[in-house]
Design a protein around this ligand. Structure first.
Ligand code: NDP
Length: 244
């Protein structure tokens, strides 16, 4: 397994779910990890739970000026940024007829614009070292679509395209960019899905169950580490066989 000794990782959306599990996985492999989330108190509390290798900074990814400042400050404090895991994301809205401007605006501002701002800010620091690795959180619905999730699916499809385009552009600077496309993972994000919907998804997976944040984190750790040194521009499914 890749070692992350001496590496610095930023995990957005690191206060909960997949981001929190990824921060834990990277820290346990030797990385110095900075997690972000919107509430300073929550960020500090969650970082403390992960031990001395992990610190936290409040950051709303929809504020592009703040994104720039936070990544600059992290690079200054730690001397480098080697890894970005862009896990901050929201699942808003529903059926097309019920979508509001707010649902569309918040989803695109957070999932797409927020992620791109983080990629841009991290890439600036990584280019200086001519090395780095980025993983974006796509989704199987970005590949397949899903009734009731039009705007969310659109945002996740945009992230697949972002990963591929950024991989092409940043490869010559020694930076790899990939995305993962999880199926349904037990986190707060899916708390509002009915038991009936979740049971149907579970039945549709080859493995007959939903995933855990730790299972996604282990794949992300592989992708951002040296074991995946020739992997870039990929969108890797982590869905228990849901798309088969
Ligand atoms: P959670 O709801 O558990 O966590 C979401 C995280 O995003 C929190 O840490 C939250 O931090 C952060 N966040 C939300 N909005 C913002 C914002 N504007 N600025 C900064 N941080 C923000 O979700 P998951 O862990 O399940 O999801 C993580 C990613 O994985 C998302 O991008 C999601 O779309 C994707 N994904 C999840 C799947 C699932 O089934 N769970 C399936 C496929 C993809 P805080 O509230 O503290 O600010």
């Amino acid at each position: 397994m890749s070692s992350f000794d001496g590496r610095v990782a930023v995990v957005t959306g690191g206060t909960r779910g997949i981001g929190f599990a990824t921060a834990a996985a990277l820290a346990s492999s030797g990385a110095t990890v900075v997690i972000t989330g919107r509430d300073a108190g929550v960020v500090a509390e969650r970082a403390a739970e992960l031990g001395s290798r992990v610190s936290g900074v409040a950051l709303d990814v929809t504020d592009s000026a703040a994104v720039k400042d936070v990544f600059k400050a992290v690079a200054k404090e730690h001397g480098r940024i080697d890894v970005l895991v862009a896990s901050a994301g929201v699942l808003e809205g529903g059926l097309i007829g019920m979508l509001t401007d707010d649902h569309v605006g918040t989803t695109l501002a957070t999932n797409v614009a927020g992620t791109i701002a983080c990629v841009q800010a991290a890439a600036r620091a990584m280019m200086r070292k001519r090395s780095g690795s980025i993983v974006l959180l796509g989704s199987i619905v970005g590949e397949r679509g899903n009734a009731g999730q039009t705007v969310y699916a659109a945002s996740k499809a945009a992230l697949s395209a972002t990963a591929k385009s950024a991989a092409k552009e940043l490869g010559r600077h020694g930076i790899r960019v990939n995305a993962v496309a999880p199926g349904v993972i037990r986190t707060d994000l899916i708390a509002e899905q009915s038991d009936e919907v979740l049971a149907k998804v579970q039945a549709d997976t080859a493995l007959g169950r939903l995933g855990t944040p730790e299972e996604v984190a282990a794949v992300i750790r592989f992708l951002v580490g040296d074991d995946a040194s020739f992997v870039t521009g990929q969108v890797l499914g982590i869905d228990g066989g849901l798309v088969l």
